[in-house]
Design a protein around this ligand. Structure first.
Ligand SMILES: Cc1cc2nc3c(=O)[nH]c(=O)nc-3n(C[C@H](O)[C@H](O)[C@H](O)COP(=O)(O)OP(=O)(O)OC[C@H]3O[C@@H](n4cnc5c(N)ncnc54)[C@H](O)[C@@H]3O)c2cc1C
Length: 380
């Protein structure tokens, strides 16, 4: 009997059918255009919202889909399988920050518009001088009466060009050292004086997803946009929420690895060399057997993480293991599959070539895999 994840039930299965059909019809045909213009259109966000792809695991009372993390996994898996990089993952992550730390007023002000796709979310932690070492960020949010005045710059920000709502990690206490210096402040960007998104960054892969620099030149936002009741909680909030984002990344990693095995199996059964399909060569079968085994081992570990997350019992060490190990597995499998495609595997018109370029960053962002190993080592 074929293995099926235990977190899938009839409701989730039905949701998957709808999400898959929507992506195939509405998003797949647009990929070349998105790549050329470095991101989807505003209208694509609205349509994704209507199809239930945004905030799937946020309560309906706040404009979300009212599902569980299982529904979010379906969205992530279906996007990964279709090779569509859309930015909904970061968008949903931002919603989770607001859900976890926002006041009732903040949740009602921002989440429904995010759920409708009218307000696109971004999270701005990384700076030119601070990536892995988040405590070193220099963006300053100075309190002046009822406002924060934000100055600094951020880089590599997903959804940056389109974002109407940016969750900014900034130093609210320049004198404090370490983690208590940082707070999260939500910035509504529409018509905001002193705020500017830079040009789209030229990436090796994931060109359909917008990534850019953000500049804050004495940007004024209401002090009421602070997330959480007091300043200085930002670093702790990031540490609490980053596991959600890392698990999202692991979900996409396994889905892409499985898809790579599937399309490569089809390819080698059709492509002939020395008068017979590549699949008849023992090396090809063995390589694919290894890849399929690795992907399934990864799937079982991922499913255990998803089940524990759904039950509220997933620990940070396991999340770091999932992000680290499953993205390494993804890159290894995709690379083997490129090899099995021969020269065609290096041509961008072939999905496997794009997967290869897209996969690489999974080991870098949301905390590099070296940082994941540090986190895992803390448990030793
Ligand atoms: C496509 C893309 C999208 C992104 N989206 C976002 C986003 O939406 N929001 C956001 O805030 N950021 C985003 N990032 C930034 C990403 O999270 C950072 O690139 C990442 O955290 C690494 O930081 P860095 O690039 O400054 O590398 P560095 O921190 O300079 O690291 C360089 C190398 O040193 C290693 N290293 C660093 N510290 C240690 C250590 N203590 N022990 C061992 N090795 C170490 C790293 O693992 C890495 O291999 C994105 C990046 C990319 C490429």
């Amino acid at each position: 009997m074929k293995y099926e994840s235990s977190w899938i039930n009839d409701d989730v299965r039905m949701f998957r059918d709808n999400v898959r059909a929507f992506i195939a019809k509405e998003f797949v045909p647009q990929q070349a255009r998105w790549r050329a213009q470095h991101g989807p259109d505003a209208d694509d966000w609205l349509r994704a919202a209507r199809a239930g792809l945004l905030l799937s695991d946020v309560p309906e009372a706040y404009g979300g889909g009212g599902g569980t993390f299982a529904h979010e996994c379906v969205v992530l898996e279906e996007l990964a399988r279709a090779g569509v990089h859309f930015g909904s993952q970061v968008h949903t992550t931002v919603a989770h920050y607001i859900l976890a730390y926002g006041t009732e007023e903040q949740k009602r002000r921002w989440l429904p518009r995010m759920g409708r796709g009218e307000l696109v979310g971004a999270i701005a932690m990384t700076e030119p001088g601070a990536g892995s070492d988040l405590q070193a960020i220099q963006t300053l949010a100075r309190r002046e009466g009822d406002e924060y005045v934000i100055s600094g710059s951020k880089t590599f920000i997903t959804n940056g060009m389109r974002a109407g709502l940016v969750c900014v990690a900034a130093r609210t206490n320049p004198k404090a050292v370490g983690m208590r210096a940082i707070s999260l402040i939500v910035v509504e960007t529409d018509g905001l004086a002193g705020y500017r998104a830079g040009r789209p960054l030229e990436k090796v892969g994931m060109q359909q997803q917008d990534t850019c620099e953000l500049f804050f030149d004495s940007v004024r936002v209401p002090a009421a946009n602070l997330l959480g009741p007091i300043e200085g909680r930002g670093f702790a909030q990031l540490m609490e929420q980053l596991p959600y984002e890392r698990l999202q990344i692991a979900v996409g990693a396994v889905a892409m690895a499985e898809q790579a095995v599937e399309i490569t199996t089809r390819y080698v059964k059709e492509r002939k060399a020395f008068g017979k399909p590549l699949f008849d060569l023992q090396n090809t079968r063995f390589k694919l057997a290894e890849c399929k085994t690795r992907a399934q081992v990864g799937r079982v570990f991922l499913d255990s993480c998803i089940e524990r997350y759904l039950a509220g019992r997933l620990d940070e060490t396991s999340t770091a293991m999932a992000k680290y190990w499953l993205t390494e597995m993804q890159c290894r499998i995709v690379d083997e599959c490129v090899q099995l495609h021969g020269g065609y595997g290096y041509m961008t018109e072939y999905p496997i070539a794009r997967m290869w370029a897209d996969a690489r960053v999974q080991r870098i962002y949301a905390g590099s895999n070296e940082i994941m190993k540090e986190l895992i080592a803390w448990s030793l």
